[in-house]
Design a protein around this ligand. Structure first.
Ligand code: GLA
Length: 416
């Protein structure tokens, strides 16, 4: 079943009536709101977390990804006011209150403060929500794809989704029975808005796309994504991998070499192609990044096919694809870290059929596919082997290691 955003918005009620008193988290939020602002929220908004099952760092290259929304979520209580002052508060006392004039939103990208993400959303709201949210995130300075925002709006309980871009659309991918997905947080934090790791990868993919396009006689200056090169050449992902091996070299490219390949000046490269926070980079790995993207895009399609065909050894096959994905993220895309690699090894050792980093990487979480009957021993053993070892991870363990199911999408709650 394939549904686009417009039909979803037309058919699905994304507004629900709830009795706040019956939901402890909403009730706590309501009480805190009341004590802070002296009034009652007019509505509440829920947005789920997501886990990407497979397809890492390829959405901004134009390729399909395979995430699901999880049951865990974030709640916001809202009251529209007549003044033009935006007042924000967080239930977590670590994050200070903030207020600003709604007419003059200024996002200070040099400071990774919590309310910046809210301001980005506020600044970005215009037409269609998922695409707007993906665009809004770029105000923070990162050049991400649309995976997180798309799954947040297009998720349906009980199913993961294949998310395709340009135009944005979602197709159900039924996960196999007999296995669960377990999220484990490495407890390493990497703020992708405060460092250039993420954008450097996006730029390396952009440069690889341009160099491949130029070599193949395409209109390279218009090309931004690796997917465009494949589509314009009209060849398969496997053939694109051969082209990559043929055209690009494994040694890092200096910016002078890239300029020579494209026939442009260093100044043009810096100001017309690179993002503000990568303009001073001197070397770029094009071969490794393109190899990851084309192979990962192929794994996403294989993963979907295994889910559809559901052979007896589906869990084994899906696990192997997830393991290959992690290896490619670690070795070719270099977006893992020692703790993630260690956690993935521990998860596999204690029964995961596949385990990989999920999301941007360099920290954050892993996702593992675990046969349902092994879940209790898996959780106990991973707890012992990863979290007990380190007291700071141990403190976070309650929210760091859990099994989850495909959850529903973003909703507005009105008090009944
Ligand atoms: C971040 C971005 C996504 C995606 C992932 C990597 O989560 O926001 O768009 O690129 O990294 O797959």
């Amino acid at each position: 079943m394939q549904r686009d955003l417009a039909s979803m918005a037309a058919e699905e009620p994304t507004t629900r009536r709830v009795l706040v008193a019956e939901h402890p988290r909403l009730l706590k939020l309501k009480e805190m709101f009341n004590s802070k602002f002296g009034s009652t929220p007019k509505f509440y908004v829920r947005a789920p977390g997501r886990v990407n099952i497979i397809g890492e760092h390829i959405d901004y290259c134009g390729y399909s990804v395979l995430p699901m929304a999880v049951e865990q979520d974030m709640l916001i209580a809202v009251e529209p006011v007549k003044t033009h002052t935006l007042q924000l508060a967080n239930t977590n006392p670590l994050y200070p209150d903030f207020s600003t004039s709604a007419n003059n939103i200024h996002i200070d990208k040099t400071k990774p403060v919590w309310h910046n993400y809210f301001l980005c959303g506020f600044k970005g709201i215009q037409v269609e929500l998922a695409e707007i949210c993906a665009k809004s995130e770029r105000y923070i300075g990162t050049e991400g794809g649309g995976m997180d925002q798309s799954i947040s709006f297009l998720a349906e309980e009980g199913t993961a989704k294949l998310i395709e871009f340009s135009p944005l659309r979602a197709t159900d991918v039924k996960l196999p029975s007999g296995a669960v997905f377990v999220i484990a947080n490495s407890c390493v934090e990497m703020n992708k808005a405060a460092t250039s790791h993420f954008n450097l990868r996006v730029m390396e993919c952009r440069l690889a796309a341009k160099v491949l396009a130029k070599h193949k006689g395409l209109q390279w200056d218009k090309v931004l994504r690796l997917e465009e090169v494949q589509t314009q050449l009209g060849i398969s992902l496997e053939e694109m991998l051969l082209v990559t091996e043929d055209v690009l070299h494994a040694e890092p490219y200096s910016r002078e070499e890239i300029c020579k390949c494209l026939g442009i000046s260093v100044e043009e490269l810096r100001t017309q192609i690179l993002s503000p926070n990568t303009q001073d980079e001197l070397t770029f790995k094009l071969y490794q990044r393109a190899k990851h993207v084309y192979s990962e895009a192929a794994r996403v399609l294989q993963f979907k096919q295994v889910c559809e065909e559901a052979p007896a050894n589906a869990v084994q096959l899906l696990g192997e694809l997830m393991n290959q994905s992690h290896r490619s993220c670690r070795d070719m895309y270099e977006c893992s870290c020692p703790e993630l690699d260690q956690l993935v090894d521990i998860c596999r050792k204690f029964g995961a059929r596949g385990s990989r980093l999920t999301g941007a990487g360099w920290g954050g979480c892993t996702v593992s596919i675990v046969p349902t009957d092994m879940l209790p021993s898996f959780l106990t053993n991973v707890h012992e082997a990863y979290y007990r070892r380190n007291s700071s991870s141990l403190a976070l363990e309650k929210h760091s290691l859990f099994a989850t199911k495909p959850g529903g999408g973003a909703l507005v709650f009105l008090e009944a």
